[in-house]
Design a protein around this ligand. Structure first.
Ligand SMILES: Nc1ncnc2c1ncn2[C@@H]1O[C@H](COP(=O)(O)OP(=O)(O)OP(=O)(O)O)[C@@H](O)[C@H]1O
Ligand SMILES: [Mg+2]
Length: 401
């Protein structure tokens, strides 16, 4: 379970620089919450983040974790509470994957056996086979795998707080998407308090329970939920950061698990041709999803495909191009539906196994509902503003009388 974090009038002046890099930041972060810092390059995101685990010592102000003032405690003790993961993983190249992950648990004095078990557990948790990756050196891993090990290392001593500084900045967009989904899944299980830094507003929307939009010297321009920032940006600076297409960005706020996942008729590649034929002819659908031997979506089969198949299904049907997990955003799902020719996308579990489908109509209905809800919020907001203005005028009139 996560811990609360409180920053109190936190400032940092670097030597030789007359103006502070971080100037008087105060912020409260709730236990188990994911807070994302976004803001332009050089605005002080990393400096603020690194003051939380005192990789950078604050010039003034205070940091509290779960009501304990940690501004003056031994940094080693502090780092037991606070995991840290950075861009391009920051793994030690001369240590194996297992040695990298074992680093903090060893440092805080765990027994050998406990450390060994923990390393295995962490590799499992981030989706790397312990047998295969345990003894590898970081240079023999892909960028995405290195990043996973970086997250495993940060979580190894089970800290209540996790700091992440552009951890997915250096990987390609598809891998980044997967790593984001994994982080969301992990967070569902672990409920850490996460402070996450990014340049990328879309990443912030996807990951954050709340987003702090920062301007120069880490001044907080707006600190609120993604929904609130998208629908009511505080000022032009925030609007500029949100960028164009706020309506489409709302798609990043809803997940496949929140819309209707429907069942769909399936067959297995191992089923006899006659069975498949009968299912297609007998059932209400003129389409089936064929699963492979491990229960993963493989092909969409239509009635017409079977007519042309002539005794073998090897070349019949349309291969499944893309699938989504329950944690994928509607944006991902819509993209997958557009890529696949079937008008729907298959939803899969942790091992790629078939769970159900989401179709285009369900997606469009959710989008309409979201936009309608936004419109109502905007009207209410407008109404509140007018009401306030009205009261003020009344008060002025009374005051003048
Ligand atoms: N060690 C240092 N000594 C002096 N000035 C520094 C030092 N580290 C950072 N700064 C300055 O402090 C300011 C904030 O830097 P910081 O790294 O926190 O920005 P950032 O928001 O993380 O930027 P980016 O998005 O580019 O990573 C910058 O103006 C930077 O030049
Ligand atoms: Mg930075």
């Amino acid at each position: 379970m996560g811990a609360s974090i409180e920053l109190e009038n936190l400032s940092k002046r670097y030597p030789g620089n007359p103006s502070p890099a971080v100037d008087d930041v105060s912020m409260e972060i709730r236990p188990g919450e994911t807070v994302v810092f976004v803001g332009p390059s050089g605005c002080g995101k990393s400096t603020t983040l690194k003051m939380i685990n005192r990789l950078i010592e604050p010039s003034s102000g205070r940091i509290r974790i779960d009501d304990q003032d940690v501004t003056r405690i031994d940094p080693v003790k502090l780092r037991r509470k606070v995991g840290y993961a950075i861009q391009s993983s920051g793994l030690f190249p001369h240590m194996t994957v297992a040695e990298n992950i074992a680093l903090v648990p060893k440092m805080v004095g765990w027994s050998k056996a406990r450390v060994r078990d923990r390393v295995e557990e962490m590799l499992d948790l981030v989706g790397l086979d312990p047998k295969e990756f345990h003894g590898r050196y970081p240079r023999r891993l892909s960028g995405g795998q290195q990043q996973r090990v970086g997250v495993a290392r940060a979580l190894a001593a089970d800290p209540p707080v996790l700091l992440m500084d552009e951890p997915f900045g250096a990987v390609d967009p598809i891998t980044r998407d997967h790593l984001q989904d994994e982080l969301i899944r992990l967070q569902h299980e672990l409920h850490k308090t996460i402070v996450f830094v990014t340049h990328d507003f879309d990443e912030a929307i996807k990951l954050g329970d709340r987003i702090a939009v920062l301007r120069e010297r880490s001044h907080i321009a707006q600190f609120d939920t993604p929904e609130a920032i998208l629908t009511n940006p505080a000022d032009d600076f925030v609007s500029g950061f949100v960028g164009a297409g706020a309506a489409l960005k709302r798609l990043n706020l809803t997940r496949v698990r929140d819309v209707g996942i429907a069942g769909f008729p399936t067959v297995s590649v191992d089923d006899p041709l006659q069975t498949i034929f009968d299912r297609l002819r007998g059932g209400p659908h003129n389409e089936l999803l064929m699963l492979d031997r491990r229960g993963r979506p493989y092909k969409w089969l239509r009635r017409g495909d079977l007519m042309r198949a002539k005794g073998s299904l090897a070349r019949a049907g349309q291969l499944v191009h893309d699938t989504v997990t329950r944690d994928a955003t509607l944006h991902d799902a819509l993209e997958a539906v557009l890529i696949d020719s079937s008008g729907r996308v298959a939803v899969t579990g942790r091992r790629g196994e078939y769970i159900g489908v989401v179709d285009m109509e369900t997606l469009m209905n959710s989008v309409h509902e979201m936009l309608e809800a936004d419109r109502l919020t905007a009207i209410e907001h407008q109404h509140d503003l007018e009401e306030a203005r009205h009261h003020r005028t009344e008060a002025e009139l009374e005051g003048g009388a």
